[in-house]
Design a protein around this ligand. Sequence first.
Ligand code: NAP
Length: 297
Amino acid sequence: MFDRTDLEPVTVGTSGLGKRPGADESLAEALLASPFRQLDTSNNYALGRSETLLGEAISAAGGLPAGKVVFSKADQDPRTGVFDGDRVLRSFEESCARLGLETLPLYQLHDPYGLSVSEGMAAGGPVEALLRLRDEGRIGAIGIAAGSHELVEEYIRTDVFDVVLSHNRWTLVDRTAETILRLAAERGMTVFNAAPFGGGILAGSTFRGDSYAYQPASGEFLAHLDKVRALCADWGISVAAAALAFSIREPRIHTTVVGIYSRRRLEELPELVAAEVPDGFWQALDALGEPPASPTD
Ligand SMILES: NC(=O)c1ccc[n+]([C@@H]2O[C@H](COP(=O)([O-])OP(=O)(O)OC[C@H]3O[C@@H](n4cnc5c(N)ncnc54)[C@H](OP(=O)(O)O)[C@@H]3O)[C@@H](O)[C@H]2O)c1
């Protein structure tokens, strides 16, 4: 049900699907009809609207088109904040009902910030429930998907996950996921690198303003980013193309999750994926030195 060798280099992220009313129904249909095989969603994206819109598009298409896969994630109870095993089982049933699917190739523990790793791993906790769903064949693979690199590293060290999803921490201007990549490679885990544009700033999007990884960035960080922009201009490469290629070319990363929230961005994506970045650019990027501390540190 989950075969890493089937993974394509780019997965389309849908955390914003359902947040921008108006065009979202047609975007969900376009995502299903697009050449991109993999869609990433979560139980709590847009308060469940992301999964619901994808499910409506799947139903309108007469079922999940052949070859398409939808990856989702378990979230804490939105009202109580409880994130135990029972909640994971409910989250999974909600996800399946919204998507109109009975099984999912990948279901991940999503942003378990309110729990210690021992609580997450305890009997009756969320990870035990994920393992049970995997044993029962309802989930192909289980993953840990979160931002804090220390938390993710600790979950990786439990050796029970097939997949890790890290975000914003392996980009043109951030290498804080280095330990995650090393630990995952040592264990043969599959790595999803999400938010290659740091939430948009590296693609020139003004949607989140001057923030990086959804947080205000320091002057020093923005000055380094300006140097990277100037380097891209010198080489005649768009920053977005360089940012995406930076993630795709890393051998320890199996797929890169790009946030696509409009049909226009979806139409632009194939060209961005295909853009050629000369080898010399990467040497020039290295010559800029280590990126300064980012908001993800
Ligand atoms: N904890 C987790 O599991 C977790 C956390 C973060 C992300 N994720 C996953 O990763 C996905 C990506 O994260 P993200 O959306 O936050 O960050 P991102 O992919 O780094 O950036 C997304 C932004 O890039 C812009 N963009 C996309 N294509 C572009 C293009 N061709 N030219 C210019 N701008 C472009 C979009 O801007 P516009 O708004 O202007 O279109 C969008 O807002 C999410 O949807 C989600 O699936 C998971």
